[in-house]
Ligand binder design. Structure first.
Ligand SMILES: Nc1nc2c(ncn2[C@@H]2O[C@H](COP(=O)(O)OP(=O)(O)OP(=O)(O)O)[C@@H](O)[C@H]2O)c(=O)[nH]1
Length: 680
């Protein structure tokens, strides 16, 4: 029965393969004319790709054998994370460890195996933390794990985490399931900003930290220099550092023995009532909500009745297993083990990250859970074609099932119609969300200028958090008495020769220097308090270009600070366009207003009538441009009578017009909204 269903699943998978990875074939078959059909096919495509990557049956006959988790008491388990600055080689190291333990085949042809999302593969970054269970034989002298003192079989749970600052929430959640972390540092680049941030995340979580100096094969590698940095910055003993090359395989044989010998076993109690920490969840077309969990105490078995401490809802554990690295049903998860549970939850909203699951018949003290994700950036998302609202609604609902860290509320704009206000963890997160909407769900969206959550106080004493500038009245009658903006604590590490230009950049961005020191003779370390608004737009790119790409930057949210803010309106032919309003610091309002109208003038096509573009604070216009009238005759150069050629040109013009948004009588191209993102 099992092999039959596997065979038929494979057949289905192979029949869909060409469709899966060839979106053009979708539009060929359906001529792009049946949106429902296309959206159904796209969601099927996504589901199948997930099924392929997440639950594809393995070729190896060993895979079909049952894994008996009772063989792995907590003392034979190690849970560890791989943390590092972006691109220091976490995912490649994870690949090598999976190969070394036979969890995946060598030369599986899929580098960065645990980066399963299309956006992760295209951008070469990790966005979602991924867990993989490995089995590894090792003998340790002191432990009395096996009577004959021969090698014992260990169960190792490896969690690969994202490196980018926007996803540090994923990192902190992953660390909650671990007792140790491999802190990977590039042997040539040395300690970078996110190495510092991730080290402190792990340190504050009381994890055992094993420094791994990776990429020692590079000609510019300086492992001794990096050891010295690790000592001076984190007080890590240089002799504890492992030297590896995830590329050539050098030094990798020391990694897992070090994990087993240095990282403590999970501390939970097997004989205590069940407590399961819910780490993450995603929606699978076939299985429903799949929760990633860590069993802190007790044992969870298939068929158990479990309850959620957060919602009080009761469920049945329909399937329980480990990620090996695909889902592998084991029928149980015991103390200290990390795996998955399918419990018939209908939406990921029921699966609250940080929740405690326990046996319905028992009463337990819930686990501390996690701080809720903090949304740093808000932006409006509107369908490029106003009539696609339902399709976009559906796409967003499905995507938030797999990315619960986005906040969504419906909103409407006079310029763009019905849409959504979405809260993201940062700009990259916002970008990745857009890309996934387009790639996985075929949605075409217009996004408005990202903004940060400000707090405004009015003369009647009321305070309001403003996530959408349009919500702020321009009406001076409702007087604002004070406003506050969010700030961040930024860590910047740069080669010393760039110190001057980076200080100037931070001063321009209204930064306040808090710390300035040298890591070694070549690199400086700075801490700044910066308004979040100033780093949201283009700060990182500018920092990178000022320092020839050598700067590294990380931030964590800090307090609100009082600030002199104004709402900047953009008016087209005298009408304010709500979707283009922004909130800026008063000192910058004139410059930003001028840049905005200049940019808009470049991207808005001349039309049949004159268009005035204005930037205004309240009723005061601070910048103005005019786009003169014209009639664009696309057939002007098309002499002669070839009707098909003329038709082609007119079709092309019509196509272009579809991508315009009509505001009042003015057509605004999608690029206008994109251009606005770049003005700070
Ligand atoms: N020369 C060399 N290159 C390596 C080594 N390890 C990884 N790389 C390369 O470094 C790049 C980044 O590797 P990843 O494994 O994606 O890095 P990461 O830390 O997982 O990146 P994020 O998930 O985006 O934070 C890839 O091009 C790898 O091929 C190594 O030991 N030596």
């Amino acid at each position: 029965m099992g092999s039959l269903s596997i065979a038929s699943k494979r057949l289905r998978q192979s029949r869909y393969l060409s469709l899966l990875f060839n979106s053009s074939s979708l539009s060929n078959i359906y001529g792009g004319k049946s949106p429902e059909l296309e959206s159904r096919l796209i969601s099927r495509r996504t589901a199948l790709s997930r099924a392929l990557f997440c639950s594809q049956p393995r070729q190896n006959s060993r895979e079909n054998s049952r894994i008996d988790l009772t063989q792995y008491p907590p003392e034979l388990i190690r849970n560890f994370s791989i943390i590092a600055h972006i691109d220091h080689g976490k995912s490649t190291l994870a690949d090598r460890l999976l190969e070394l333990t036979g969890t995946i085949k060598k030369g599986h042809g899929q580098p960065q195996y645990l980066d399963k999302l299309q956006v992760e593969r295209e951008r070469g970054i990790t966005v979602k933390a991924q867990t993989a269970t490995m089995f590894y034989k090792h003998s340790i002298q002191e432990a009395s794990c096996s009577d004959d003192q021969g090698p014992a079989n260990f169960l190792l749970n490896l969690i690969d985490t994202p490196g980018h600052v926007d996803f540090s929430y994923e990192v902190s959640r992953s660390l909650a399931a671990c007792q140790g972390a491999l802190l990977v540092v590039d042997a040539a680049q040395g300690v970078q900003a996110q190495t510092v941030a991730n080290f402190y995340l792990a340190f504050e979580s009381n994890l055992t930290i094993i420094p791994v100096i990776n990429k020692i094969d590079q000609p510019t590698a300086d492992p001794d220099g990096v050891k010295a940095q690790l000592k001076s910055m984190f007080d890590l003993d240089p002799s504890d550092a492992l030297l590896t090359s995830a590329k050539t395989g050098e030094g990798l044989e020391q990694v897992l023995p070090a994990v087993i010998e240095r990282i403590p076993a999970p501390p939970g109690k097997s004989d205590s009532p069940l407590r399961v920490l819910l780490l993450d969840s995603y929606y699978d077309e076939y299985k429903g909500v799949i929760c990633h969990v860590a069993v802190v105490d007790g044992a969870l078995r298939k068929g158990d009745k479990i309850s959620s401490a957060a919602t009080g809802q009761a469920y049945e554990a329909l399937d329980v297993g480990i990620m090996h690295p695909e889902l592998k049903s084991t029928g149980m998860l015991l103390t200290g083990q990390v795996g998955y549970v399918v419990s018939g939850m209908r939406s990921t909203k029921e699966a609250r990250v940080g929740d405690t699951l326990f046996h319905s018949r028992s009463t337990v003290e819930p686990l501390p859970g996690f701080k809720p994700a903090k949304h740093m950036v808000f932006s409006g998302l509107y369908p490029a074609d106003g009539s696609d609202f339902e399709a976009l609604n559906h796409a967003i609902e499905r995507l938030t099932c797999n990315d619960a860290s986005v906040s969504i509320t419906k909103e409407s704009s006079t310029a763009l119609g019905l849409g959504f206000r979405c809260g993201f963890l940062g700009l990259l997160h916002m970008d990745v969300f857009h890309q996934r909407l387009e790639q996985e769900y075929g949605a075409h969206v217009i996004s408005t200028v990202p903004t940060v959550p400000y707090i405004f106080e009015y003369s009647d004493g009321s305070k309001l958090q403003v996530e959408n500038p349009a919500a702020l009245p321009s009406n001076p009658k409702q007087r604002v008495t004070a406003c506050w903006e969010p700030t961040v604590m930024a860590t910047i590490i740069i080669p010393s020769q760039y110190v001057g230009s980076v200080i100037t950049l931070c001063a321009e961005r209204r930064g306040q220097q808090l710390e300035y020191s040298f890591i070694d003779s070549q690199r400086a370390f700075m801490k700044y308090r910066l308004p979040l608004r100033e780093i949201v737009v283009d700060f990182y790119n500018e920092l990178k270009s000022l320092t020839s790409g050598y700067a590294s930057f990380d931030y964590e949210d800090a307090d609100y600070q009082e600030s002199d803010l104004v709402k900047l309106d953009i008016l087209l032919n005298g009408q304010p366009v709500d979707a283009m309003a922004t909130i800026v610091h008063k000192l910058k309002a004139y410059r930003v207003g001028r840049e905005l109208v200049d940019k808009l003038k470049k991207v808005i096509d001349r039309q049949m009538f004159e268009i005035s573009l204005q930037a205004a604070i309240g009723s005061k216009v601070i910048a103005r441009e005019t786009i003169s009238a014209m009639r664009k005759n696309v057939l002007a150069k098309c002499y002669g009578g070839d009707v098909t050629r003329k038709r082609k040109l007119l079709e092309k013009q019509k196509e272009g017009k579809k991508r315009m948004k009509r505001v009042g009588s003015v057509d605004i191209p999608q690029e206008a909204f994109h251009e606005l993102l770049k003005v700070s």
